[in-house]
Design a protein around this ligand. Structure first.
Ligand code: ADP
Ligand code: MG
Length: 289
């Protein structure tokens, strides 16, 4: 299956939230990475039919998804950014309710609900009310509803929002497990959410797609441009004021600071060791302001 996004534009009044996005997606995991306000949710809302594009279109195997209507919604699973869970429902009651809304056959729902609850590790609390759930459990339940009807296209908007690092890892691993054979789109501003799982990273900045590539290629483009400077603390102001240096992580060992920097050429006048670029460096250099 193939999704083709063609010159997608969305304006809210005067605000141009999407400025003509193009991309072609086939089976695999895609990380839509960009800061808050970049246009990620706007894109997801258009893809899921919750919002109408101002112009441009999305094609699924050559057919406009708006014309496909129900047919497209039938192959789509969506985990929205805003949590919409009913506190007094049980986990299985919530899934049964959504299955009914989706016109899933009763027999199919009865079979599928325990399966997805098991996949997301919620079998033991299937009969517990959602209000007793932790943030991580709620996120897992939202993923469960998104995969309930075995979607071909799975759209996850900020799936790890509000989770601690351990819960983030659990959600990321869960996504990797359920992604086989699907087009999975993960929107996030958290680099580590897509660093290992995504086959392709799409960087979105102010409504424009500024990169669409593999992690290796994106990091490769920064090869020879990332260094760790070893400086005395007093020198930090000089480093920060140096326009040729983009400052990343800073760590300290007694009076010495280790400052990760991105720059065009090896920095002169510093004790600098080259380091391997990571996706966080790519993010930093793309969204430097
Ligand atoms: P992201 O999900 O990447 O944080 P959004 O798609 O939510 O970005 O927002 C993109 C831009 O569009 C932001 O500047 C945001 O303020 C604006 N925006 C989003 N929704 C609306 C709306 N309903 N009305 C007006 N502006 C909006
Ligand atoms: Mg968003």
């Amino acid at each position: 299956m193939e999704l083709e996004i063609k010159s997608l534009v969305k304006t809210y009044g005067k605000k141009q939230a999407l400025k003509g996005i193009n991309a072609t997606l086939t089976e695999g995991v895609y990380g839509f990475l960009g800061p808050n306000g970049a246009g990620k949710s706007t894109f997801m809302n258009i893809l899921t039919g919750n919002l109408k594009a101002t112009s441009g279109q999305i094609l699924c195997d050559g057919k406009d998804i708006r014309e496909m209507g129900r047919e497209f919604r039938g192959i789509l699973g969506y985990m929205p950014q805003q949590q919409a869970l009913y506190p007094n429902f049980t986990a299985e009651g919530f899934l049964a309710y959504l299955a009914a809304l989706r016109d899933m056959k009763r027999s199919e729902a009865t079979e599928r609900i325990p399966q997805v609850l098991s996949e997301v590790g919620l079998s033991e609390v299937a009969g517990d009310k959602i209000k007793s759930f932790s943030g991580g459990m709620k996120q897992r339940l939202l993923i469960a509803q998104a995969v309930l009807a075995e979607p071909k296209v799975l759209v996850l908007d900020e799936p790890t929002a509000g989770l601690d690092p351990k819960q983030r890892i659990a959600i990321r691993n869960l996504i990797s497990q359920i992604s086989a054979g699907k087009i999975v789109i993960i929107a996030t501003h958290v680099v580590t959410d897509v660093e290992s799982a995504a086959n392709r990273i799409l960087l979105i900045r102010e409504g424009e797609m500024v990169a669409d590539s593999t992690r290796e290629e994106l990091c490769g483009a920064l090869a020879g441009k990332v260094f760790e400077l070893r400086i005395p603390q007093e020198k930090l102001k000089v480093v920060e004021a140096d326009p040729s240096l983009l400052v990343g992580n800073i760590s300290r060992e007694r009076e010495t600071l280790f400052v990760r920097v991105i720059c065009e050429n090896e920095p002169e006048g510093y004790e600098a060791a080259p380091v391997r670029p990571g996706l966080e460096d790519v993010y930093l250099s793309c969204f430097r302001e």
